[in-house]
Each structure stands twice: as C-alpha cells, then as structure tokens.
Design a protein around this ligand. Structure first.
Ligand code: ADP
Ligand code: MG
Length: 231
C-alpha cells in the first residue's frame, strides 16, 4: 500500500514557488530518504504534507486517499507523525508531558509513554525534567518518542542528525533501524549520508525544488553525493 504519494506537485509560500513538479512515494514498510543541500526544498515537502506550504498543482495522496493536506492539527490522528527540523520540544513542559502531547487516543497500537521509556531509558530517568533541559541527543529521542506516541502509519523525520555529535548520530541510526525492523514506515530527510546509508533502502535527491535523481540506495553514486550532500 502506498502511504504517501506526490505526483507532479508544485507548492509555494504565498507567491514564492519552492517545489516544482515533485513526484515521490513511500509505501508501507519502506524506509525512504530525501537528500539535498540546504534550501533545496526538503522541509517544504513536509510543509506541503501539513498544509503549511500550499500545493498549487499536482496531486497528493495519504493512505491512498487524495488530500489537499494532512493538516498539522489532524496529522497525528490521521496516522502521520513528523519529527520536525529543530525538534521543537516544548520548553515549559516536562519530558513526560512532551510525550503525552504526541498522543492520539483514538489510535491503537504498541506505543505508550512506558513503551517509549523502554526504547529510550534515559527519558524515563529524566521524565520530570523540562524537555529543553536535556542534551541535543536526548531532545531528539524525545521528539521521536513524541512522534511515536500517536502510533503513526508513517513517520517523517526532518534532518534529525542536525547538531548532533557523530556518536549520537550512530545511536540515532540504530534506533531508526530498530523501528524499521518493527515495521515502521519511515521518510528520512537528511544531509548526513552515513545515517541515510544505515537506515534507507531508497532515495530521492532534491535540487532547487525538483527531484533530480532517485533510486535504490545501493546505486547511489559518490558523484551524486558530492554534488548534492556534503560527504
Ligand atoms: N515559510 C516560508 N516562507 C517563504 N519562503 C520559505 C519558507 N520556508 C522556506 N522558504 C524558502 O523555501 C526554500 C526551501 O526551503 P526549505 O524547504 O526549508 O529547504 P531545506 O529544508 O531543503 O533546507 C528556501 O529558499 C527558503 O528560503
Ligand atoms: Mg529543512
């Protein structure tokens, strides 16, 4: 089943068009990456899903149904969870409260506060501290845990490695692999090729708002990497 599909999507902020004729898809159980340098429109793909950038033409479908957008405030209960760029942990809420914020009571599944604590034991230890009092790596765990709380059909992560030390990025990779082997479908937006290599099986390269290359990860050339991400 196709979870997310873009077909010839053009989208814009006001009159400023950012995405040009973008086609991509993520099927159930897949781990797909979007690669590309700063400013090429990666976050705008997410924003288009959420209706924060407006789709001017083309077609977008989520869970097989055509949608204009999966609005931010209904995304969790629709089955779409986003780990936003910069993590956006709520500063005056504790770790536990930040997790609860991600819940969608009408969605059934494996994930709960206790289950997130099993995945990330450090979050349990720090459950009653303010979310933003933790390290970058721990905040990223919290952002992922919060996203899992709604038992999503699709988990989108927007540059989760940003600002993290290499050893923490390795741990993040292991977490994502673990989630994927548990059946989670993942759309990973990244510039860190190591992380993409560990997690994804298929990729799209964005450049200036267009998909310029796509394929299986095994076929991703050094040339492409040098051109489109820093390695
Ligand atoms: N809210 C916004 N309003 C207007 N322009 C934006 C907005 N967000 C991003 N842009 C512009 O859209 C382009 C793509 O940005 P973005 O999708 O954030 O790129 P990336 O995530 O690949 O770094 C950039 O030129 C950026 O300046
Ligand atoms: Mg971005």
């Amino acid at each position: 089943m196709t979870l997310l599909q873009f077909e010839g999507v053009c989208s814009a902020y006001g009159s400023a068009r950012v995405l040009h004729d973008v086609s991509l898809s993520v099927s159930k159980g897949e781990r797909v990456a979007i690669l590309g340098r700063n400013g090429v429109g990666k976050t705008t793909v997410v924003n288009t899903c959420l209706g924060l950038a407006s789709m001017q033409s083309g077609r977008m479908a989520f869970l097989g149904r055509d949608v204009k957008a999966v609005r931010t405030f209904t995304a969790a209960r629709s089955g779409l969870s986003v780990v936003p760029q910069g993590r956006r942990i709520v500063s005056n809420l504790t770790v536990r409260e930040n997790l609860i914020l991600g819940g969608a009571p009408q969605r059934k599944g494996r994930w709960s506060v206790d289950e997130v604590f099993r995945l990330f034991p450090i979050l349990k230890e720090r459950a009653e501290t303010p979310g933003t009092a933790m390290s970058g790596g721990q905040q990223q765990m919290l952002a992922i845990g919060r996203a899992l709380m709604s038992n999503p059909d699709l988990l989108i992560l927007d540059e989760p490695s940003e600002g993290l030390a290499p050893v923490v990025v390795d741990e993040l990779g292991e977490t994502l692999v673990k989630l994927a082997s548990g059946g989670m479908s993942i759309l990973l937006i990244e510039q860190n090729f190591g992380l993409v290599h560990k997690v994804a099986e298929r990729y799209y390269v964005l450049s200036k708002g267009s998909v310029v290359e796509e394929g299986k990860l095994a076929g991703l050339s050094m040339e492409t990497l040098k051109k489109h991400v820093a390695v």
